[in-house]
Design a protein around this ligand. Sequence first.
Ligand code: RUQ
Ligand code: CUA
Length: 653
Amino acid sequence: MKKIGTNRWALAFFALLLGTAALYSCQSGGPSGGFADAASAVYVAPGEYDEFYAFMSGGFSGNVTVHGLPSGRLLKTVPVFSQFPENGWGYSEETKGMLETSWGFIPWDDSHHPQLSQTDGVTDGRWLFINANNTPRVARIDLTTFETDEILEIPNSAGNHASPFITENTEYLVASTRFSVPIPQRDMPISEYKGNFQGTISFIRADRPGEMDVAFQIVVPGYNYDLSNAGRKASAGWAFLTTYNTEEAHTLLEVNASRHDKDFIAAVNWKRAEGCVAEGAGRDVPAEYMHNHMGPGRLTYSEVKRSVRMLEPEDCPNMIFFLPTPKSPHGVDVDPSGEYIAAGGKLAAVIPVHSFTKMLQAIENQDYETVIDGIPVLRYEAVLAGEVTEPGLGPLHTEFDDQGYGYTSMFISSEIVKWRLGTWEVVDRVPAYYSIGHLMIPGGDSGQPWGKYVVALNKITKDRYLPTGPELAHSAQLYDITGDRMRLLLDFPTMGEPHYAQALPAHIIKDRQVRIFPLEQNTHPHATLGEGRARVERDGNIVRVYMITIRTHFTPDNIEGIRLGDTVYFHVTNLEQDWDVPHGFAMMGARNAELLIMPGETRTLKWVPQRVGVYPFYCTDFCSALHQEMQGYVRVSPAGSDVPLLYYTGSPN
Ligand code: RUQ
Ligand code: CUA
């Protein structure tokens, strides 16, 4: 009881500090000298391009937004786990399947951590990956189209938060469960959590588009697994994950999961795990999970997977170790050399940094404090490289520049703290408005940071923008890090909650963009590859409209002979072969979103007519001078009517 009391006081104290820090920030915020040249530092003249693409997680919007840096301008929303009526993602027949899971169709998720693909530890601009936290999944976005083209569900996970962190050649996405659960799932009392609930760390094959799969899962104790980072260079072949709730509490975690002075960083030798699996270690366990990908014809192909390879620590000795780390750590970040592993202890007074070299030595010497469920716990002092002392309050995440500095976000004291690798001294600090969560330096979690800027991804907005009712725009801030002192340049709003972000120099991807889909490669089974082939076909109650669109008409435009009780599929092919000429398609009364059809693409809207009458459809994207002329009608007759099927293809047929 006494212990609980102490912890409650500690929490109250931190809450008070948070309030104080916020107050302090308010007073010191606002425009001051030096902002005039800040304006020119972020100014991108009309017609000019930004230097970096930044990819922000959309948080509870389930999507990704793309911004230019340094301007902060919003360039695009890439729908991933959430339906997106703006372009019909998850509404069109071709894309609905991308949101299928073993639970059925799920139109939403909560996305936290975008990750760019890497080659030799350098961001290479092929793909962006991101996690779904709520119904565990990971997605691949193709950076030639800025479209999601693959989603894999993760079995035996619950709260896919420590995800998806990439290994230095994109071999794997490392994904771990935030919530431990009964594995396999079963009916049992929650009070029996301790010792019965378990976690998993998944290694997801990521380097072959269309073939994402869980290569293996490691079963770990029933802690919460929070963040992850893969090793690089010196530590290539390893992955690091933070844990909290090593108390294995199942209720009142704010108190009960804050008792231990130290929790752990789990260090996984995935090269070794891979070797063990290749030699047949572990067992294939039944599990149902879905794999969806955009394949030929730009259709979703879905497959239900039925088993997963699971490894217990005993199946593969020396595969996993625990590094004691104060206190309820959140982020874990490996520096560009791969030698240093920095943790962010939410409730810790220091930033502990572990040494990979010392860790290997401690393993070699079997310098263990204890062993938990087959996992050796190394001695803290034996693995510690150093501690950044008095960094501020509530360290969460660290990014690195190319000059040997770490930059850590301090949630409670609401600031970014810059410190030197090796000497651990704090060299600069700057306030963030307010309560910074993640931060991001382009390439700052890779073997090659591009530097130049750090972006603060803030949790609380308060007074930074014109107020917009109870919910305010989420807030990112851009700082210049080229000098000795960090310098705030710009506030810019983001969509949903921008947990984490990634950025890369624009030149890596800007000239690789797909501009059209060549019609001769359109293998969609319901494509209409020429205006003369436009038609309407009835098969019982199913009516298929093989429609084309091109500036500035639809063919067919007028359709008669549709009856109540029919299901109509509008298969619309955009015959344009010019960049930036999508056409839209919207049908009055359709309980669906519009379609936005890219040049050369076929997309399908399903419509079940509900009322007798004559109803229009039209193009929603102002595509040309005669855009407003892009329309047509559908006549809906009563069920059983004998109005013949009739459609107009230029001259009435
Ligand atoms: S989290 S504020 Cu969802 Cu990445 Cu750290
Ligand atoms: Cu096509 Cu407007």
